[in-house]
Design a protein around this ligand. Structure first.
Ligand code: NDP
Length: 399
């Protein structure tokens, strides 16, 4: 055997096997962008999408994956046709997503949007994989359950959300008692300092135009209402060993400091970088090492000023509503998440106005009694009921 073959065999053996749940979205595509620059280091087992057959088929062929799954099962034949002549296994529906998550990949990017990602993410957790967690909604709706499963099955979780990834990099996990508080930074979205805008007439196009980050529609709307920061507060509570009162939020419009950890001796550690999701994704992909990325390097002299502002909780009630849900516990975060998903969808579909989003979440939380959830079935029941109640409210809203 010549040395070239030996080397290539070694490379194959050292490849990290990867699955991307939600590969056609913003996080999924950024993950593939990084992998495309380091092809020899990764072997892709499975990719999944909801409806975007064309993009999924193109990705599956380009990366020569083992399996491609479309969640919308009515599109199965279309995907099958698009992948005919290849050896790629084609799957569809929730069953297909679970199969994809069960493929023997060491590393799984959880980047489906919404609670729809919960089942597949849990499947990957149960086989002890390393989970790069972008999907914050599954942690918000089933945080306690998910964290117990991670412990039970020896899975590893690496937060991808830029704030939580920042905290993961600077938190002293060996001495959590030395942490005074965690401060999540928020860009504030497109409207936090726009006093001239009429909040009642905001369109979906305006709401998804984030000033710093390029993201999918749902998280962009969440950033505009600041519910994204509320969800992140709950996400941080489950991910890091702190209590509910040790979590703070400040507006930092430049999105350069991604979050901070304050210690009892007065030291504050922060992680900084340009607002490019490829940095936190790369951290999760290469962990415990680091890899180079094409992200623009931070030049503080070019940035000049970093601003910090107290969030206006009156203008953005989502922050208090999410904090209250975290404090109530039980099923409150699950209801909050489900209702918010329904409300954001309705806003994007032109059924309700921007300001109705958070009102709807509040009304749904007021209407449903909170309960203890002891298993996954409870989580799904609470989630379904909250969606039903929110949809009823939407029917009553006249636009
Ligand atoms: P996108 O909307 O861009 O992508 C979502 C992905 O999930 C797509 O592949 C989509 O498929 C798939 N999908 C959507 N609905 C379903 C469903 N019901 N079942 C299965 N698959 C589905 O979202 P983002 O990439 O922006 O966000 C993904 C997650 O990461 C979210 O939870 C978000 O909060 C989180 N996140 C995102 C950040 C970002 O910068 N984008 C930053 C931090 C966190 P299809 O393309 O076919 O619709």
């Amino acid at each position: 055997m010549n040395s070239l073959n030996k080397d290539s065999l070694n490379l194959a053996a050292n490849k990290k096997s990867v699955t991307i749940l939600g590969s056609t979205g913003s996080i999924g595509s950024n993950t593939l962008d990084l992998i495309s620059r380091n092809r020899d280091a990764y072997d892709i087992k499975a990719l999944t999408a909801n409806k975007n057959v064309i993009k999924l088929a193109q990705q599956a062929k380009e990366f020569n994956v083992d399996m491609a799954v479309i969640a919308d099962s009515t599109l199965y034949s279309e995907l099958k046709l698009a992948l005919s002549g290849t050896n790629i296994i084609v799957g569809a529906g929730l069953e297909g997503l679970i199969e994809a998550a069960d493929m023997p990949a060491q590393w799984v990017m959880s980047s489906i949007v919404g609670a729809a990602g919960l089942g597949p993410t849990l499947t990957a957790i149960r086989r002890g994989a390393t989970i790069a967690l972008a999907n914050k909604e599954c942690l918000v709706c089933a945080g306690e359950f998910m964290m117990k499963q991670i412990k039970k099955h020896g899975a590893t979780i690496i937060p991808v959300d830029s704030e939580h990834n920042a905290i993961f990099q600077i938190f002293d996990f060996n001495h959590p008692e030395t942490v005074d508080k965690i401060t999540l930074t928020a860009s504030g979205g497109p409207f936090w300092n726009n006093d001239s805008i009429d909040m009642t007439s905001i369109t979906p196009n305006q709401a998804v135009k984030h000033p710093n980050w390029s993201m999918g529609a749902k998280i962009s709307v969440d950033s505009a209402t600041l519910m994204n920061k509320g969800l992140e507060l709950i996400e941080a509570y489950y991910l890091f060993p702190v209590n509910k009162n040790q979590l703070d939020i400040i507006i930092h419009p430049q999105s350069i400091i991604h979050s901070m950890v304050s210690y009892i001796d007065g030291s504050v550690l922060a992680q900084l970088g340009m607002p490019d999701m490829r940095t936190p994704i790369s951290y999760a992909l290469a962990w415990p090492n680091r890899m180079s990325t094409p992200s623009k390097k931070l030049d503080l002299l070019e940035i000049g000023t970093l601003d910090f502002i107290k969030p206006d909780r009156k203008k953005f009630p989502a922050l208090n509503i999410a904090r209250d849900a975290l404090h109530y516990g039980e099923s409150a975060p699950t209801i909050l998440n489900a209702s918010n998903e329904v409300a954001v969808r309705a806003f994007l579909d032109g059924k309700i106005g921007f300001q109705e989003i958070i009102k709807l979440v509040e009304k749904t939380l007021d209407k449903i009694n909170f309960c203890k959830m002891s298993c996954l079935k409870d989580v799904y029941e609470v989630d379904e009921n909250a969606r039903r109640v929110s949809n009823e409210f939407i029917k009553g809203i006249k636009k």
